[in-house]
Design a protein. Structure first.
Length: 303
């Protein structure tokens, strides 16, 4: 009986030790995550500004957003187009490079590191400025086209090309998705490839009948994560085009930033952030509902 009581007391002590270790994370989450999250919801119903107190205005921010704001729908449209360009492009490119790097070479680790570097550097201010310089009228890209006898292209000045140009910067940052695809390729059972070879399947047929179905869980995860990131993109639109020309690159993140810090409408910016949150959650819900039709797991189950 004494042994049981000592064991119970020891278990309680260990629980306190565990709480002590996770305490900093819990405090940080409540202070820096949960409180701002809930506070922004309250501020979305106020006229709070950087230099003025918050006054409750009800649904006026949302009413103005959907009925009177002249830049809301252009920003939403540009963000959706940007997402439709970036996410499929990044996933396709990441999968292609992962397949190429899934070979046994002596220096293959070096190649994998080099291909991952853009994901580390791509989100920086310096790279965005470099990208703007490369695609300017006298930049490296137009200089290269001129050496081939082709006319210069107004990459950042034409509304039809500016969004594509900044989208390429995000597609170039495919390293994180590539690493996950590469890990998935390493997990594909070799006996499935041997069975496909015995059946006379070509490389193309083997990829789409064996490899691709087993990668769909990773595609599902990458689709969610990259879409969330695309909806929140800010750096490229702000530093490369500043939303122009003709608001063709005026992404939602840039609009939210300008309303909050340029026009000091923090309450309205909070309402915008909740609309963005609703868009992301809606897309995530739809993808989760659809994954049972196209995502395949080795045990035959569903997420």
């Amino acid at each position: 009986m004494d042994f049981i009581q000592r064991y119970i007391r020891g278990s309680e002590d260990r629980q306190w030790v565990g709480l002590l270790y996770v305490g900093p994370f819990i405090i940080g989450f409540l202070v820096f995550k949960m409180y701002p999250f809930l506070a922004s919801f309250y501020y979305s119903f106020t006229d709070f500004g950087l230099l003025k107190a918050a006054n409750f205005v009800g649904f006026e921010n949302y009413k103005y957003m959907f009925t009177q704001d002249p830049t809301f729908y252009p920003a939403l449209r540009a963000t959706l187009l940007y997402t439709l360009i970036v996410v499929p492009g990044k996933l396709a490119f990441a999968l292609l490079i992962a397949v190429i790097l899934n070979i046994n070479l002596r220096i293959i680790s070096l190649y994998r590191t080099l291909y991952y570097l853009p994901s580390i550097l791509g989100g920086s201010v310096a790279i965005a400025i470099l990208w703007r310089s490369m695609f300017s009228k006298e930049g490296v890209v137009n200089t290269f086209l001129g050496s081939l006898g082709l006319p210069a292209v107004n990459w950042l000045g034409a509304p039809s090309l500016a969004l594509l140009t900044i989208s390429l910067l995000s597609v170039w940052q495919f390293g994180s998705s590539m690493v996950l695809f590469l890990a998935g390729l390493k997990q594909v059972p070799k006996d499935l490839y041997e069975a496909a070879t015995i059946d006379g399947a070509s490389k193309f047929r083997t990829f789409f009948s064996v490899t691709f179905p087993l990668l769909t869980p990773i595609i599902f995860f990458n689709l969610i994560m990259q879409t969330v990131n695309a909806f929140q993109e800010f750096t490229a639109a702000f530093l490369i085009t500043n939303g122009g020309p003709l608001q063709s690159t005026y992404l939602f993140g840039l609009k939210l930033y300008e309303d909050a810090f340029r026009f000091s409408k923090m309450g309205y910016a909070s309402a915008l952030s909740w609309v963005l949150f609703a868009c992301i959650m809606t897309f995530t819900f739809l993808v989760f509902k659809s994954q049972k039709y196209w995502t395949h797991y080795e045990d035959g189950g569903k997420f």
